[in-house]
Design a protein around this ligand. Structure first.
Ligand code: PGA
Length: 253
């Protein structure tokens, strides 16, 4: 189902008390979330259960993990399985964030395995894709993102791919304050949707939410989100400030 989604990615930030206060503040400032919209909080693992408690009686709000392992269980010290996430009622998981790809060497093939296990446990993947600056400068961004989609998603059935949320996050725009222009975002989102339509048909492609990520702020969210193929955002830095993130939620179509 193609929802308009505001997803907070807190990354490796905040203490328990800060996390608790931020959630309290965001929830108290957020008016009801529309049926066509979703708000997702991707919080650090130690706060997942707390976040699930906060949103328990809220409509259309969900908690996400920032990562998961590709195996069900076993001798993987320090890792988190989707079975665990499922058991604490986490409903989404970010898969393939560029920071995971870069610092933890996660390949498209490995991410495909994570996507599979998440779907097996009924957890919706937020699959991140996006190019680095040299690729953008050489004009290779469309081809680069197409390969990421092909290698991590295209083994899925149409029914499965509908469960996936895609986040286009150009690496050069993450945490840099340099946002893609709304035209650049629309152009890539339209490309992603047309690739999905080529593989799964237009009807399926039109049901998939494609989020933009990379220096989304209260001041630019509306313009970006109002592009026809942009279905909201995955928000890092600005999601750590209650008023900013609430304004971003309010900027959803
Ligand atoms: P940013 O991060 O909003 O701080 O640029 C986005 C992300 O990495 O998901």
């Amino acid at each position: 189902m193609r929802y308009q989604i505001a997803a907070a990615n807190w990354k490796m930030n905040l203490s328990w008390d800060e996390a608790d206060n931020l959630l309290t503040e965001v929830l108290s400032l957020t008016a009801s979330v529309k049926e066509s919209q979703r708000v997702v909080f991707a919080v650090p693992a130690p706060y997942l259960d707390m976040a699930v408690g906060h949103i328990a009686d809220k409509f259309h709000m969900h908690v996400a993990a920032q990562n998961c392992h590709s195996k069900k269980s076993g001798a993987f010290t320090g890792e988190i399985s989707v079975q665990m996430l499922n058991s604490v009622e986490v409903e989404y998981v970010i898969i393939g964030h560029s920071e995971r790809r870069e610092y933890f060497n996660e390949s498209n093939q490995f991410l495909a395995e994570k996507i599979d296990i998440a779907l097996e446990y009924g957890i919706k993947p937020i699959f991140c894709c996006g190019e680095a600056l040299p690729i953008r400068e050489s004009g290779g961004q469309n081809e680069f993102v197409s390969t990421q989609l092909q290698e991590s998603l295209y083994h899925l059935s149409a029914e499965q791919v509908k469960q996936v949320v895609i986040a286009y996050e150009p690496i050069w725009a993450i945490g840099t304050g340099k946002t893609a222009s709304s035209e650049q975002a629309q152009e890539m989102h339209a490309h992603i949707r047309s690739e999905l339509a080529g593989k799964y048909g237009r009807e399926i492609a039109d049901q998939i939410s494609i989020l933009y990520g990379g220096s989304v702020k209260a001041s630019n969210a509306k313009e970006i989100f109002h592009q026809p193929d942009v279905d909201g955002g995955l928000v890092g830095g600005a999601s750590l400030v209650a008023e900013e993130f609430v304004a971003i939620i309010n900027a959803l179509k």
